[in-house]
Structure formats: C-alpha cells, structure tokens
Design a protein around this ligand. Structure first.
Ligand SMILES: Nc1ncnc2c1ncn2[C@@H]1O[C@H](COP(=O)(O)OP(=O)(O)OP(=O)(O)O)[C@@H](O)[C@H]1O
Length: 646
C-alpha cells in the first residue's frame, strides 16, 4: 500500500511541472517507438528475396483497396446479383440487431428500476418484455451467422470459378509452373488462399459495417441522454488508442501471407511423399524425407512463434487501451449526468428518486458497453483488415499472373539477353504435314538448344529421333504442341486432333478403366463416335491387356490406376489410348521403355498398319527398323535429318 502511495506521489510529482509533463510525454513516446521497432523489426526478413515486391503485402493502403475492389467486382458482379441481395439482407439484419440492442438497453434499465423501487408489477412486465425480445434477437443473431457463412461460400465459389476459368484456359495451367516463376504453388493459391480470402471478406463486412452502424446509432441515443460529450469522449479515446495501435502494430498481413506460403511448402512435402511413395520406398528415402518434412515444419513453427510473440505484445497493449482504459473512460461518461456541468438540471428533473437515476445508469451503461464494444471491434478489425490485405495481394498476384500468361507474357530468371525475353515470334501454319523451317529450340531458362531446325514429316515419314540426354528432343514436341513459345521460323502442323502424344510416364486420371483409354474423351463423346466397350476390348487385345478388363471388374471399375498398375501396364494403356484416338501422327516419347522388345515391336507394327505416322524418341536402337527417317541431334546445337537407306 505504502509502495502504491509512493508511486502515486512520484507520478503526481512528475506531471506537476511543465518540464516534467514534457518528460512524461517524451517517455511515453519513447516506449511507443520502442514497441514499434520491436514489432516491426523482422518485417523485411519475412519479405525474403522478393523484398521490394512483398513489403507492402498485408499493408492497408490505397493499393490494397484498389486490389480489393478489383477482386470484389469478381465476387459481387452487379447490384442485381444474388450476392448484392445477400449483402443488402445482411445490412438490414445488422440494423435490426442494433435497434433490438437499444430497445433491450431500455428494458434492462426498467428491470433494475423495478427492483430498486420494489415494484413487482413493473418488474414482471419488464421481464416479459425481455422474453419477447429474446425471440427476434436470437433469430436475427442466428440469421447473421448463417448469412456470413453463406456469403463466404458464395464468394469462394465465384472466385474459384473465375480463377479456374483463367487457369484452365489454353495452356495456362502448364505455363504457370513451367514457363513462369512468379508463383511457386498455384494449387495453394487456388484452394486455401481463395477459401481464407472469402471467409475473411465475408466476416469483415459484418465486423466493419456492424460496429460503424452501432457507433452511429448508440452515439445518437447516448447523446440524447447524456449530451454529446459522452459519446465524443469515448470515441476520442478509441481514436487515440487506434492510432497508437496502428503505429506499433506489426505487419500482420505480411506475416499471414508468409505463413500461407510456408504451409504450402509443407503440404507439398507431404504430397510428394504420397505421390512418389514407391520410388522413395525403393530408395529407402524415408530419413531424407523426414528431414525435409521436419525442416519445413520447423520453418512454420518458428514463424508461428514469431507471430505469437508479436500477438502477445499487441494483445497486452490492446487490452490495456481498448479494454481497461476504455472502462475508466466509460465510468467517467456514466458519471456525467450527476457530476458533469448539467448535474443540477439533471438532479432537479429526476428529484430524489434513486430508482430513476439507477434506471438511467443501467440504460446508459448498457448503451455505453455496446458503443465501447462496437468501437473496440472496429479497432481490432484492423488486424482482420491486414489479414484480408495479405490474402488479397496473394489472389491479385495470381490473377495478374494468369492474365499475363493468357496474353503470352512470362517472367522468370534467365540468361541475360535471352531470346525467351524477346517478343519476336515465329508463326504456325496449318498443314497436313509436320514441318519445321528455321526454328530455334530455346528452353525456358533461355538456353538455345538448337539454333535453326528444319525438317519435313509427311504422312508415312516414320521418323526416329535420336540424341543425348537434354539435347532438346522432347522440347521439339513442346514447340510443336505450342507449350513453349515459338521465337522464330515457321512450324507447319496439322490440327491437334491429328497428333497424339504419349510420354514415358503417361497420365492416368482418377476414374474408370474406360476413362484411362478414352481420355480426354467423355463417355458421351465415345458413344457419339459409335465406339462400344467391345471395340475397346479389341484394342486392349492389341496391347495384350485384355485380361485386365475381367481381372479388375470391367470397364466401369474405378481405381487409382497410377498406384495399381505396373510401369509396363501403364505404358500399354497409353498405347491403347493412342489406338482409340487413331491420330494421323503419333509422337512416342520413350513410351515403350518399360515394355518388352517383342511386345513393343508388335504394337509398333500395328500402329503402322493402322496408317499412323510414327515420330519416335527412343534410346533403343531396336525400334529404328520401324522408321524410314532419322532426326539426329548432337547435343551441341547441331542436327541431321536423313532417310534410312534400306
Ligand atoms: N520447364 C523447363 N524449364 C527449364 N528448362 C527446361 C524445362 N524443361 C526442359 N528444360 C531443359 O531443356 C533441355 C532439353 O530438355 P528435353 O526434355 O527436351 O531433353 P531430351 O532431349 O528430351 O532429353 P532426354 O533424352 O533426357 O529425355 C534440358 O536441358 C532441360 O533441362
């Protein structure tokens, strides 16, 4: 007690003289600056390599609002949309809830007055009124919660559809990971980030509009009862607290964005393990994977710990200003009628009836508590706004990259002065043959693999492509398939449906056995081509997989075919797929490496008998005999195209 008195005296003495007042203000400012420094000291570290780009990620500034506006237009497309209607309904419910709270405050005052004056009838009446308010209030509360969640899922659906539309347009889904290096985990952006953004946005609408509405309505009511000084003092206090909090607040948005990125990397480790379990098991790579997973997890843990410690300091400061500080100010306001400048007027109007004063006190404090809560929520929602800013910048970036790719603009680190940066383009010409005229093969890193490639493959020109690893054999097909840009020269090519590509590791989508053969056709498309399951069975016989149909329960059987078929079986399925599509040109990129030489030969002969022109990349010389031309690349940019003399 003595110590407390002593401290009080010291504080009184400190603020007594002008110099000391200045010293006190100085000390407070120094503490605030210290906190600001402490909370923001690592901001640049989290911005990482892309520091310049990232430091404003999560900041609440004009850029954020303009990005948010762009995204909001996607999820609320027009004033007549379902979303606008829901937002209008939400706004009406928010007003209704505030009005109900004001009415309940008056009834609360009445209940306490009835107790103080021991008026049982009035007490019963007020309690009944409270019970009557309970029904609409609960309904409105529940409806608000329902609408918030509903909006979140609608926003998510709209945004996901919008992004997917861009992501799956043309070859953007390929280019985003193979030609551009701006987004390392598009899957994370298109799933979790959209979900979190949508939830953040729908919550924020209520978290911001409701408090603003409450502040206006409660202040108006309170001003009628205690004068404008009351709401002004409390709003002033919160404004001051808000400014201080904003100053010392760490960049939570940036931290959230970084957290999402870390989570994405961690998920990628786990999905690599699932997707490549067999290879990892053969390598006994579990310790390596464990190490990778643990290291990635530790990055998450360290980052979350940093956020937690920053939240701890912010939380302490928040409660000091927003909770306890505000309570003191609130009591000062409640005392205004009886201690303030108009006290004599008030006391003469109420007389000595303490019941009236108590009723006013309860009603006013109830209004004040609601007002304080509303302002508090508005101050705290600044953090939500920062989180929304983080997600907004992630989604905006994804949207911009997708749009760039749609227009053929890529960005990645590459060799200085590389052709990949140039906007010069060669041209594609429709034709019934495949012909390259002076076409350079350039990798996305800017390496020129072949300077000028020229050859012509007509129907029946079965071509065998040879060359050392990494010389650009598959890249040639990437240019033919328009996956990589064509920088110069001319490529003559037939429509895509006349060419079919089979890679070494074919893609087997989740679906039925039939889907594996007819991919990317649907069952309806297959029926429209008048192809039956019986026909598919015939094709399966050619690749010697007909027993699989019975063993696996028919063409309708759904399995994870990637996990349950052997390497050779997968390749045979892909060759069966080729037979189903029966293209004019088949591009066979090491696609029989897991099939026996005899079976491979029989299948190759069958392709030729079907009139399919073969373009094969293989290191197996035994396949050469099914071809009449060779394209030989030397790995140093040189090449030869010649006829095989029989
Ligand atoms: N998405 C990519 N980004 C950057 N470089 C790439 C990409 N894809 C391939 N490359 C590079 O392009 C070069 C040619 O690759 P390509 O796949 O054409 O080789 P290849 O001749 O088919 O080799 P292999 O016989 O080993 O299959 C390689 O050096 C490879 O590293």
């Amino acid at each position: 007690m003595k110590l407390a008195n002593h401290l009080l005296n010291v504080i009184k003495a400190m603020v007594a003289s002008r110099e000391r007042k200045a010293a006190t203000v100085g000390a407070i400012l120094a503490i605030l600056y210290g906190l600001h420094w402490f909370q923001n000291r690592n901001a640049s570290k989290y911005a990482g390599v892309q520091k310049a780009k990232r430091t404003d990620r999560g900041s609440v500034n004009m850029k954020f609002f303009s990005q948010l506006w762009t995204l909001v237009k996607v999820v609320v497309p027009s004033l007549r949309s379902k979303e606008s209607l829901l937002l209008a309904l939400l706004s009406i419910l928010l007003v209704a809830r505030t009005m109900l709270s004001i009415s309940i405050s008056s009834v609360n005052g009445g209940v306490v007055k009835a107790i103080v004056t021991r008026d049982f009838n009035s007490f019963l009446k007020k309690i009944t009124s409270l019970a009557m308010f309970a029904v609409p209030s609960s309904l409105v509360n529940s409806a608000l919660d329902f609408l918030n969640h509903k909006l979140a899922i609608i926003f998510r659906t709209r945004m996901t559809r919008y992004m997917n539309e861009k992501y799956l347009k043309g070859l953007v889904y390929y280019q985003i990971s193979n030609l551009d290096s701006r987004i390392s985990n598009p899957d994370q952006r298109l799933t979790q980030d959209i979900d979190k953004w949508a939830t953040c946005l729908s919550n924020l609408y209520s978290n911001i509009t409701k408090p603003i509405l409450d502040i206006i309505l409660f202040s108006k009511k309170l001003a009628d009862l205690v004068g404008w000084e009351g709401p002004s003092v409390i709003i002033g206090w919160y404004f001051l607290s808000g400014t201080v909090i904003r100053y010392i607040s760490p960049p939570f948005g940036l931290l959230t964005a970084q957290e999402q990125q870390n989570e994405g990397l961690y998920r990628a480790c786990q999905s690599d393990l699932v997707n490549h379990a067999e290879e990892i098991a053969f390598y006994r790579g579990n310790d390596w994977e464990k190490d990778r997973i643990n290291k990635t997890l530790m990055v998450i843990v360290r980052h979350i710990n940093t956020i937690l410690s920053k939240r701890f300091f912010m939380g302490t400061f928040d409660s000091m200003l927003v909770k306890y500080g505000a309570t003191m100010v609130a009591y000062a306001v409640l005392g205004l009628p009886v201690f303030g400048p108009n006290k004599s007027k008030y006391i003469s109007s109420k007389g000595v009836n303490t019941g009236n004063i108590t009723r006013d006190y309860i009603r006013n404090s109830s209004l004040l508590i609601n007002l304080a809560k509303a302002i508090g929520r508005l101050v705290v929602s600044y953090k939500d706004l920062q989180s929304l800013s983080g997600y907004t910048s992630l989604l905006f970036e994804a949207k911009s990259v997708l749009e760039d790719l749609e227009q053929g603009k890529y960005k990645r680190t590459m060799i200085e002065g590389s052709m990949f940066n140039s906007s010069n383009r060669g041209k594609y010409e429709p034709s019934d043959k495949i012909a390259f005229e002076d076409v350079p093969i350039v990798s996305p890193n800017g390496d020129i693999l072949v300077q000028n490639l020229s050859f012509t493959i007509e129907s029946g020109t079965h071509t065998f492509i040879q060359g050392p690893n990494g010389c650009g054999k598959s890249s040639l097909f990437r240019i033919l398939g328009e996956l990589w840009p064509l920088f110069a020269g001319t490529v003559h090519k037939p429509p895509m449906e006349d060419m079919f590509y089979i890679p070494q590791r074919p893609y087997l989508p989740h679906g039925t056995l039939r889907d594996q053969i007819i991919y990317p056709h649907s069952l309806e498309k297959m029926a429209s081509l008048k192809i039956s399951d019986k026909d598919l069975e015939e094709l399966m016989k050619v690749v010697k997989l007909d027993d699989l149909v019975d063993k696996r329960g028919g063409f309708d059987q759904i399995e994870d075919w990637n996990d349950t078929l052997s390497g050779g079986q997968k390749q045979r399925i892909a060759m069966c797929r080729l037979l189903y599509h029966k293209p004019k040109f088949a591009i066979l990129d090491e696609c029989t490496s897991a099939v026996s030489i005899e079976a491979e030969g029989a299948i190759y002969q069958h392709f030729k008998d079907e009139g399919i022109t073969l373009i094969t990349v293989s290191h197996r010389e035994s396949l050469m005999k099914y071809h009449n031309h060779v394209l030989k690349m030397d790995g140093e940019g040189g090449w030869k195209f010649y006829k095989i003399l029989s």
